[in-house]
Design a protein around this ligand. Structure first.
Ligand code: TYD
Ligand code: MG
Length: 418
């Protein structure tokens, strides 16, 4: 047909000619034994940014390819410039190829971040071959390409950012990394509507896939690894964006619980699990009367449908009159909770505010079902360990195999008569 019937584009189609004179046997490939292969196993460069090293599984592997995805404005360029700065502090060279910003813009940001080093070189070019040959000549230890959607190769007619361009550009850069041992970081933008066209199509080609998340208007950023050929996945690093760049947060629970006022109604702590560690976050609710027919539900940092479900269960199974109340629910610190395990903490925060009864230093977890039951959730030991560490001893949660009713949980918290 000459075009893709699904997306209408003719660009991803590549004509394949029949290979001329295919010989049955080519030169045999070279094989090595397992132990020989292990000899040449990779070293790692500890970058000096401990949260980045943690997510990478110990540091940057020479010749490896890392894809860093995230929404525009989340802080990818900032993080990578800081990474280049950290390597420069160890007398290691980095080349920053930015097709998105001019060298002056990058230099200005570096100034803001307090990075001034002759070890960092900048180039603003959108031609992949030009970047590849520059890197092959200068041999930096780290090459950053910001972003893969804004560079291209001349042989492909379409504009940068298209599937064919992104794939071919990445392929050439990856070849460079494998041949020279230069560690390569590709930036990939993820669009707001969740369209992962850019980074998604590269995930199988690279060694490590990292995503940076966070509300661009607020401070905290999480770096997650979705794939890592050199380490464990589902690790995470935490940062706070300040006026002079990203600052690593090494005790997130402590930061999140700063300013927690346990003697005010409507707040409960939830022991979230982020990557491999538990992080204590405060969930706040505010319930106020309204005369609106459709009362307002304002939810930040949580799944709206889930919170509405929790509100419905509170009404139906615990007799809480919320139909004529506005309900605001918020996760403090701009953190986003995707786990259904926070249902009980949400329910208790809402009920506490509705009754205007403070819960004190209370932590809660458990998933609420439509029948008003609270179920246990995974990784309980890790959550309890973190609560112990932070000295939160009052807890309400279902124990495995012993279902808890939401009514009963509310009664235990002193929000319903027993
Ligand atoms: P940026 O790294 O450009 O995001 P991305 O490359 O992911 O698109 O940075 C995004 C935001 O961070 C920008 O809106 C300004 C803010 N910022 C700070 O708050 N402090 C800083 O020190 C810097 C450099 C940026
Ligand atoms: Mg950027």
């Amino acid at each position: 047909m000459g075009f893709c019937p699904q997306c209408g584009s003719g660009e991803p189609l590549v004509e394949l000619g029949e290979a001329a004179g295919k010989s049955a046997r080519a030169t045999p490939a070279t094989a090595v034994t397992l132990s020989e292969a292990r000899e040449g196993s990779y070293e790692r460069i500890a970058t000096g940014l401990s949260e980045v090293d943690r997510v990478l599984g110990g540091g940057l592997v020479p010749g490896s390819v890392v894809l860093l995805g995230g929404e525009p404005g989340v802080g990818k360029s900032t993080l990578l410039l800081q990474l280049a700065g950290a390597l420069a502090a160890q007398d290691r060279d980095a080349l920053v190829a930015s097709a998105e910003e001019s060298v002056e813009q990058v230099a200005m940001r570096a100034g803001r971040l307090g990075i001034a080093s002759e070890r960092i070189t900048l180039v603003s070019d959108d031609d992949v071959d030009a970047i590849v040959s520059l890197a092959a000549d200068t041999r930096p230890e780290l090459l950053i390409v910001d972003s893969i959607q804004t560079v291209g190769v001349p042989e492909i007619a379409s504009a940068p950012g298209g599937v064919a361009q992104v794939r071919e550009s990445a392929a050439r850069l990856i070849r460079l990394a494998k041949e020279t041992g230069i560690a390569l970081v590709l930036v990939g933008h993820v669009t707001k509507d969740g369209g992962l066209a850019g980074p998604k199509i590269l995930e199988h080609m690279v060694d490590v896939v990292l995503y940076m998340e966070g509300d661009p208007d607020r401070g905290f950023r999480v770096l997650r690894s979705n794939k890592n050929r050199f380490g464990a996945t589902h690790t995470s690093g935490m940062f706070e964006m300040g006026s002079d760049g990203l600052v690593e947060v090494d005790d997130p629970s402590k930061v999140f619980l700063q300013g927690w006022e346990a003697d005010v109604a409507g707040t409960v702590v939830y022991p979230a699990v982020e990557g491999r560690r538990s992080v204590l976050v405060e969930i706040q609710a505010l319930v106020v009367p309204t005369s609106l027919v459709q009362p307002r539900r304002s939810i930040r940092g949580l799944d709206t449908a889930r919170v509405n479900q929790v509100i419905a269960v509170l009404q139906r199974h615990c007799g809480l009159p919320l139909h004529d109340k506005e309900v605001y629910v918020n996760v403090v610190g701009g953190w986003r909770l995707e786990e259904p395990g926070c249902d009980l903490a949400v329910a208790l925060a809402v009920a506490s505010s509705a009754a205007d009864i403070p819960l004190g230093r209370l932590a809660a977890w458990g998933e609420i079902g439509l029948a008003g039951e609270v179920r246990s959730i995974p990784m309980e030991a890790r959550r309890i360990e973190e609560l112990d560490r932070m000295g939160l001893t009052r807890r309400i949660a279902p124990t495995t195999g012993e279902p808890l009713r939401l009514r009963e949980a509310l009664a235990r918290a002193g929000l319903l008569p027993t």
